[in-house]
Design a protein around this ligand. Structure first.
Ligand SMILES: N[C@@H](CCC(=O)N[C@@H](CS)C(=O)NCC(=O)O)C(=O)O
Length: 277
């Protein structure tokens, strides 16, 4: 992989890499923050971003580096979809490039490149292990579409992740307009298939092995129609899972909201990653 950008930050390093992603069959960029004195065992936090984002929105807007440096957390920020002129796309902001929804697509024209679940869960961790020697325990978090990605991927691959949180997640994508549109394009018309990637459905069926921390803003314009955090709370009750959904008065969907509570999420992950068996 090729180092394409590097900045000192809080005595650590904010780096950006480009590499050939086998699972996505295209070149990808991702960002990684290495805290001071990082080691191969340092814990990692994967951050999955939302619609329209690249790896850079989080790096530039979330203000996560100061606390990550203090806590010794490596931050990994992947892009939100495969990229490139030969990669299928759509004019809408909520489908195609910038909107991979963290699933492996089965439908044309998406199935060749849109394999974000394999990329996030398998290929990127293997790349970080082989190229940077990073093999610490991993947590996962994200925003909006990335909050859906974080919770659903962790529930699908519980052996891979030791801590999970989300900001304004699309909690029940098989029952909201963003999710219905993306899942019908990527996964086809069978709603049963959609439910295999739906955090609320997965959580209702299986008790989560870790507590899940969620923040949502009460003034988020997407809250009632697209995010539906109450579905996650109902699911947690049904399975006996520990899910804390905190409603933050007056906050909206933006990275101003994310940045406001980032330190609390990083502390939560650091606690889980360093103290849980
Ligand atoms: N642009 C879309 C909304 C997209 C949006 O809000 N994206 C969020 C994630 S779902 C985001 O993080 N945008 C990039 C940013 O704020 O830096 C719209 O017009 O409704």
């Amino acid at each position: 992989m090729e180092l394409i950008d590097q900045h000192r930050a809080f005595d650590g390093e904010q780096r950006r890499y480009r590499h050939k992603a086998r699972s996505l069959d295209c070149d990808m960029t991702f960002s990684v923050f290495l805290p001071p004195k990082w080691r191969s065992e340092s814990p990692l936090l994967y951050w999955l971003s939302g619609l329209t984002c690249t790896d850079e929105n989080f790096v530039q807007k979330a203000g996560a580096q100061r606390a990550a440096a203090a806590l010794g957390l490596v931050l990994v920020a992947p892009d939100t979809s495969p990229r490139g002129e030969t990669v299928a796309n759509d004019e809408a902001y909520d489908l195609g490039q910038g909107a991979g929804f963290y699933v492996n697509a089965t439908e044309e024209p998406w199935s060749r490149h849109y394999r974000m679940e394999d990329y996030i869960v398998e290929e990127l961790p293997a790349q970080l292990r082989s190229e940077l020697g990073l093999r610490g325990r991993s947590g996962i978090s994200g925003h909006s579409m990335g909050g859906h990605g974080a919770i659903s991927l962790a529930l699908k691959h519980p052996e891979r992740y030791s801590s999970v949180s989300a900001f304004a997640p699309i909690a029940n994508p098989s029952a909201c307009p963003w999710g219905e549109k993306a899942f019908s394009a990527y996964l086809g018309k069978n709603r049963r298939e959609w439910e295999r990637h739906d955090s609320a459905v997965l959580l209702a069926e299986h008790k989560a092995p870790w507590p899940i921390l969620v923040d949502v803003g009460s003034s988020d314009g997407f809250l009632a129609e697209q995010l539906r955090p109450e579905a996650l709370e109902r699911a947690a009750l049904a399975s006996g899972s520990e899910v804390s959904v905190r409603r933050r008065e007056g906050y909206d969907h933006s990275y101003f909201f994310v940045a406001s509570f980032m330190d609390e999420h990083l502390q939560f992950h650091a606690d889980q990653l360093t103290t849980r068996p």
